[in-house]
Design a protein around this ligand. Structure first.
Ligand SMILES: [Zn+2]
Length: 321
């Protein structure tokens, strides 16, 4: 069976050159390792996802000539996400967190990368397996439960109880990492305060159920890898044997995090700094070949901008993988 790699943009804006570089890496990896390509539209953030951007992803990929073998959209899996959440909750692995942004910042240590390392202040709101299963409770537990219920009428996200365990993982370009998600970020949200599924939760379930064997994505997401491995393992173990869910056994994918486009001083471009979306470039009269030449030059593959056919651009990136 050939492996499967995914290209997974979020429809929160039109694709820009950062996406184009990522697509080249994904298609190059598929060429090098003989993989099927899956397009996943990651519209988990329903507050920001828009129909015109979803259509835009398909249109822009087609304009360049990127072809893929299958496609899915996250929002069609939301019922399934809920079933997985119910299963995790029933195992006592999820709890509501009512901490405000301000509290999170002031009450927890901040990592070197600027992330809050959540210390589990709201962990006490977790309902244990016994409490969930018990039809009769001691009066103290009843009191405790009702107190919890009152409190979670406040805005809250849902956090996953992540194991305190070092994850050793390998990146095909960057080498070996040993990271403990508990020390990187602590228990993290799987559903946000607005009731939307988080990126971490949605991506783990979809990678599992889509049978993704290779993950190639930008270096900016490298930091999420250990927690995604931990969460995927937890989901697979918890849901194993439940025929309603039918989640396959977890096999860790191959990871490669590619470099990002940087400005002349070596600093990563923010979303805002990508001057034009690909479709604006198109409207300005640029051809796909010109844009491919431009991105290969910016990413250091070509010394000068030379219009490049897609096949050639993919082959050029594949040679350096
Ligand atoms: Zn909290």
């Amino acid at each position: 069976m050939p492996g499967i790699i995914r290209f997974a943009p979020s429809p929160t804006g039109f694709l820009h050159e950062g996406h184009l570089l990522s697509a080249l890496y994904v298609w190059a990896a598929a060429k090098k390792w003989d993989l099927k390509i899956h397009l996943r539209i990651e519209d988990h953030d329903q507050g920001r996802a828009r129909k015109e951007y979803i259509d835009g992803i398909r249109e822009d990929l087609a304009w360049f000539g990127f072809q893929y073998d299958s496609e899915s959209i996250q929002s069609s899996h939301f019922d399934f996400f809920q079933k997985v959440l119910d299963k995790l909750t029933a195992q006592g692995l999820v709890y509501p967190c009512t901490c405000s942004r301000k509290q999170l910042q002031s009450e927890n240590p901040i990592s070197e990368t600027g992330e809050v390392i959540y210390q589990g202040k709201c962990f006490f709101r977790r309902e244990t397996k016994d409490e969930i299963n018990d039809t009769w409770c001691f009066s103290t537990l009843v009191e405790l439960s009702s107190m919890r219920r009152r409190e979670i009428n406040l805005p809250h996200n849902l956090r996953i109880v992540i194991p305190d365990k070092v994850i050793n993982w390998h990146d095909e370009r960057l080498g070996d990492f040993s990271e403990n998600p508990k020390n990187q970020c602590g228990d993290f949200p799987i559903r946000d305060r607005d009731g939307f599924w988080t990126y971490q939760f949605a991506v783990c379930i979809d990678d599992l159920t889509d049978g993704i064997t290779h993950i190639v994505r930008g270096e900016d997401i490298r930091n999420s890898t250990a927690r995604q491995i931990a969460l995927s393992q937890l989901i697979a173990e918890t849901c194993q044997g439940d025929s309603n869910l039918n989640i396959p056994t977890y096999t860790r994918p191959v990871y490669l995090h590619h470099p990002l486009i940087v400005d002349p001083t070596g600093k990563k471009l923010s979303k805002r700094e990508h001057a034009y979306s690909l479709r604006q470039e198109k409207e300005n009269g640029k051809t796909p070949q010109e844009l491919l030449g431009q991105i290969l030059h910016k990413a250091g593959f070509l010394p000068h901008i030379v219009p490049t056919m897609l096949e050639q651009a993919i082959a050029t990136v594949a040679e350096r993988l």
